[in-house]
Ligand binder design. Structure first.
Ligand code: B12
Ligand code: SF4
Ligand code: SF4
Length: 304
């Protein structure tokens, strides 16, 4: 990577381009994005990157849509630095990224019908560890160059709560990605991006000014075939926990399956012996038409 003054100059002249390129470079070259015990298998493909205005009204709406505990970017940054909201810079931005699961990982999960494949499980565990590394990398890049930055999901103030509908957090990466125009929600709850639904997401709030990506989706569910009137129920059929139906996704059933059924069953299988503690499944994110791209493009092409 360039020297500190080189980084500062790039962040001043074309911040959006530099941040996007740096995130992509880190994902594609970092050793932590590889499984050393599996021939250096590359966990995540090239990411998608988007930006949101830190004061976008949607973040205030999330206090109603998700829960009052959900932080605005301004609250997250103020909490990270132990300052008041007024003590924050006038303009804040949010950097959001999507990490697409590599083809072999998705392919292996497609073949499963009860528990996740070994590669999916490794991606859930080691891939999320890498996602945390990426959070730290982006925060360090920005703070060394003199900007404020925090990655809410990796901070001690990040919390997961539970209400009658199931678990929810005070920083939902999918809602942040939606704000940055990186995808929409779906019948299975998953975020469908241009690289599909078999992805994980991450984000950083910063005082660096970045141009917000304008939201182009007509509704928060525009990329899901079911919600645009196509008879797709693939994720309903894929779910071994019967957690998805035409009313949506039952988080409590899904959580119960991940924690109490898939994990014990999986860990009893020899091939998972080298894993620590995982709760994964993602069967609803593979062998479905939204797995590796937004299926809406196909529909639009057909109807042209
Ligand atoms: C708690 C949690 C869970 C819970 C609950 C999931 C949930 N639906 O919220 C449980 C344990 C069930 C779970 C399961 C899984 N998880 Co999880 N989980 C989280 C976590 C930690 C917080 C999620 C959260 O805060 N949700 C908030 C609630 C309110 O969201 P919601 O119910 O989906 O929101 C709905 C409403 O807001 C609604 N809505 C209504 N009106 C409006 C209006 C507007 C304008 C908008 C935008 C939305 C909206 O849209 C949403 C969808 O219906 C995140 C990490 C993070 N920090 O974000 C990962 C995360 C959501 N999990 C992830 C994954 C991959 C999984 C699993 C596949 C497990 C695995 N790795 O194998 C399964 C998939 C379950 C599924 N079908 O979505 C990914 C999602 C990737 C994706 N493509 O969506 C995340 C983002 C982790 C990451 N860092 O990438 N998870
Ligand atoms: S499988 Fe079909 S119905 Fe389910 S989320 Fe994907 S597009 Fe929507
Ligand atoms: S992660 Fe597994 S249990 Fe949860 S909704 Fe998807 S298929 Fe069902």
């Amino acid at each position: 990577m360039s020297s500190l003054s080189g980084v500062q100059e790039k962040l001043e002249t074309d911040p959006a381009r530099f941040v996007e390129q740096e995130i992509k470079r880190f994902v594609l070259t970092s050793h932590d994005n590889r499984l050393s015990f599996l021939d250096d298998y590359l966990i995540w493909d090239e990411p998608l990157v988007g930006f949101a205005d830190g004061d976008d009204h949607i973040f205030t709406e999330y206090k109603t849509i998700i829960a009052s505990e959900h932080l605005t970017p301004r609250e997250a940054l103020a909490t990270a630095y132990g300052r008041s909201l007024k003590g924050m810079p006038a303009r804040l931005s949010v950097i959001s990224w999507i990490l697409p699961a590599a083809e072999k990982t998705r392919e292996s999960n497609r073949a499963e019908s009860r528990v996740p494949s070994r590669l999916w499980s490794h991606t859930r565990w080691y891939g999320e560890k890498f996602n945390f590394e990426l959070h730290s990398h982006v925060v360090a890049l920005l703070t060394r160059a003199g900007y404020l930055a925090t990655a809410p999901s990796s901070e001690p103030y990040f919390k997961v709560y539970t209400n009658e509908r199931g678990p929810y957090s005070n920083w939902s990466e999918r809602h942040v990605a939606y704000a940055a125009n990186l995808g929409t929600f779906s019948l299975s709850d998953g975020l469908i991006t241009e690289r599909g639904i078999a992805v994980r997401c991450g984000s950083v709030v910063t005082s660096l000014e970045l141009p917000a990506s304008s939201r182009t989706a007509a509704t928060p569910y525009s990329n899901c075939l079911f919600y645009v009137g196509v008879n797709c129920r693939a994720c309903i059929k894929r779910c071994p926990a019967e957690a998805i139906d035409e009313r949506g996704h039952d988080k409590n059933k899904c959580l119960h399956y991940l924690r109490d059924i898939a994990y014990p069953r999986k860990s009893s299988r020899d091939e998972y012996h080298d894993e620590k503690s995982i709760a994964g499944c993602g069967l609803c994110q593979t062998k479905v038409p939204c797995e590796f791209q937004s299926p809406i493009h196909k529909v639009k092409t057909k109807t042209k």
